[in-house]
Design a protein around this ligand. Sequence first.
Ligand SMILES: *Cc1c(COP(=O)(O)O)cnc(C)c1O
Length: 372
Amino acid sequence: MNEYPQTTAAVRAVPATTPFVAPEELARRTGRATLVRLGANESAFGPSPLAIAAMQAAVPQTSIYGDPESYELRTALAARHGCAVENIVVGSGIDDLLGLIVRTYCAPGDAIVASRGTYPTLNYHAIGYSATVVPSDPTADGGVEPGALAQCARTVRPKIVYVANPDNPSGTFLDRATIAQLRSALPPDALFVLDEAYADFLTPAELPPDEIDPRWIRLRTFSKGHGMAGARIGYALAIPEAIAAFQKIRLHFGVNRTAQAGALASLDDRAFLRGVVDEVARGRAEYHELGRRLGVRTLPSFTNFVCFEVGTKAQAVAMVAALLERGVFVRKPGEPPIDGFIRVTVGTPAERALFAAAFAGALDDVRERANA
Ligand SMILES: *Cc1c(COP(=O)(O)O)cnc(C)c1O
């Protein structure tokens, strides 16, 4: 027995399909070349033309490693956020940075508190590093309930408290006053990790002020508003000691040169980002209107996606499958109270029309089956 090298118990504890099954794999399984891709909250509006040009110009330099310090990009980001270069680390997206944070702050057995059903990547890293996630109760909309979260943190005394704001998959948002209150209600030795992947869809006045504080880390990405999910690039804002710790252990050349060039150019293209934000707002309004027309409740959203209430959890699972049969890829929240919803990314106007037609048809199927 076991006469060959064995993996660790921590790694064996990670489920095989984490975080989730990719749309490419779903397309292969359904025998389709492509799907209408509305399940991963990618931008339907592409990267900025300036970012594309900068990335194309960087491609011939692929034979050399990227700047491991991402210095130019960090300098531009520091100017944007009114902080020092030493307050910023660049990683391969927020998902990468979440792993670094767990590895840096949690020993095996340490606790992390997060709202039940929120964005799952932290949970996934926690399993891999043998930390424990303790869920707090969400609001009726599946959003973060700050009182319950703070209460849970005071009881559990975790190393990390994680909040995605705006939240995914609910799409809900806690305003800056609520975040300030929550921050002061947390135990002083808990690191407040604020995942602001959708920050670009809000104004700076709506977000908590740019402020470096030893008790929190803010996370941003070029994956959503900037439309660069495939380039894998994001950053964290924190005190220099935390950044220095991440710099020691992160994958040295994990962020490639092309991504750095694209992010730097995208940062300058404010007009492009404004256009994306406006089009996403139009798309959200269209989705809410579609819900009204079909008698399907939608959740208010501050992101590039909207949740539609289908019915029971089983019906929502059936809806995801029924849409996939029609060539449309969406996902659904996994936990109550919104596990009877599907989550749909705002697509281009053409994709929105395809979704509307597929959803109307699939809704009849799913409802008929429920009544059969
Ligand atoms: C999409 C998303 C991420 C992933 O960001 P990357 O920078 O692409 O890794 C992280 N957090 C939330 C809440 C998200 O919705």
